[in-house]
Design a protein around this ligand. Structure first.
Ligand code: AMP
Ligand code: MG
Length: 401
């Protein structure tokens, strides 16, 4: 039996990034940068005001107080988006707004709140307070300098990147291509939701859940029809999926039963296989296969086992195919409200519910076919083999949502 880390590193060693593609920034949220992005401008692009107020020479206002205001002549107004060409001299000021460029000759912006109308008329304003040199000014390039790095290859583009890249004028960029991931469910007992159930049959539920997880990490799921347990049909379905997709996920049919055809079918059209029993619970049997640059992730059929093995073993590889560096499944930490015991010899991913304060409770019965607890759970807590974690222990939680 293989340790999880060993299985993960073998899979990652085999997977490579798909070629990158050029896309619009508008469509890039969540995608993986395929190359470093460097700013072509300073940000802000010019010195500008951080306040609505008046651009002044700070030395003019050194003595200004509420008791003894200083009066300056207003020689113009700079609305946002406009600039002001005249140079300001001592005794003068310019009406300015947040984001407006600082006029030449001024070195501070006095806040509007520190002024009042002037008895000399509308072309004058009284200042009730002094300002320090460069107060209320945002400097050209203080946020981003031209030529500095905005993003590194291999990182995921977040909302902040959208703001930063938008503000620096990036319109399109290269990102890793999203793998098309075929999802097949094998099992002659499986039926679609709109079919009646005969004796011994069940509704299929893995493809829909796996498709959501594939989307969550940036893949494009492609769901295939149910595959009955025959070698011929398993081979035809797998071959079709391999022709149409970059990676294929199957569920079921990877154990050692005489109706488990995934492994044999895959090798029949040239796939190379690794079959492992990975030391995790739920989810022992797992197939990793390669057909040229494409990959097979053969997950166990039990719905909970399928999700756990997807998260632990398939997700990092699908992220790597998009060019992700240092991928890890979204996780958090929490504190156990009750003890969690794992008396077995495999690492147990226990379905738990975590509240907003980080309190962690078991989500109920943990057998790998029990789905009611899965629906209550919003995380998987990792309990090492033969370990009793006491209440109060801090545990790491893989997010399930
Ligand atoms: P298998 O891995 O094919 O031996 O299946 C293990 C268990 O999971 C059996 O009880 C199957 O009926 C069930 N199972 C397999 N595939 C699915 C599926 N796609 N949806 C729901 N249950 C499944
Ligand atoms: Mg089966």
């Amino acid at each position: 039996m293989l340790e999880l880390e060993e299985a993960q590193s073998r899979i990652l060693a085999a997977t490579k990034s798909l070629p990158s593609e050029l896309i619009e920034l508008h469509d890039a949220h969540g995608r993986i940068f395929a190359e470093q992005i460097v700013s072509t401008i300073d940000l802000p692009p010019f010195d500008n005001s951080a306040m609505d107020g008046y651009a002044v020479q700070s030395k003019d206002l050194v003595s200004a107080t509420g008791m003894s205001p200083v009066s300056l002549r207003i020689i113009g107004t700079i609305p946002a988006g406009k600039s002001f060409s005249a140079k300001i001299n001592s005794g003068e000021c310019v009406r300015i707004f947040t984001g407006s460029p600082l006029p030449a000759g001024t070195d501070a912006v006095a806040m509007q709140e520190d002024t009042r109308p002037d008895a000399r008329g509308p072309n004058y304003i009284s200042f009730l307070d002094s300002v320090k040199p460069w107060e209320n000014i945002r400097f050209r390039g203080e946020d981003v300098k031209i030529g500095s790095t905005l993003a590194e290859a291999g990182n995921r583009l977040n909302v902040g990147h959208l703001s930063l890249l938008g503000a620096t004028g990036v319109q399109s960029l290269r990102v890793g291509r999203q793998p098309i991931v075929g999802i097949l469910a094998t099992g002659s007992e499986l039926r679609e939701a709109n079919q009646p159930l005969a004796a011994g049959e069940i509704y299929e539920s893995n493809r829909i859940a796996l498709a959501a997880l594939v989307r969550k990490i940036g893949g494009i799921p492609k769901i295939y029809p149910l595959v009955p347990d025959t070698l011929a049909e398993t081979k035809t379905s797998l071959e079709t999926a391999f022709n149409e997709c970059d990676a294929v996920i199957t569920t079921g049919g990877v154990s050692v039963g005489e109706f488990d055809f995934v492994k044999t079918a895959f090798t029949r059209f040239g796939g190379k296989l690794d079959f492992w029993k990975v030391s995790i619970k739920p989810g022992k049997p797992f197939v990793f296969g390669q057909l040229r640059e494409k990959f097979l992730f053969g997950l166990p059929g039990n719905p909970v086992s399928a999700l756990v093995t997807f998260i632990a073993l398939a997700a990092p590889a699908l992220a790597r195919m998009q060019g992700a560096k240092n991928f890890s499944w979204p996780s958090s930490t929490g504190v156990l409200l009750d003890p969690l015991e794992n008396s077995g010899d495999r690492r147990h991913f226990v379905r738990v519910s975590v509240d907003l304060k980080g309190n962690v409770r078991s989500a109920g019965t943990q057998a790998s076919h029990i789905l009611s607890g899965l629906a209550k759970a919003n995380g998987l807590a990792e309990v090492p083999p033969t370990t009793l974690l006491h209440a109060g222990t801090v545990v790491s939680i893989l997010q399930l949502s």
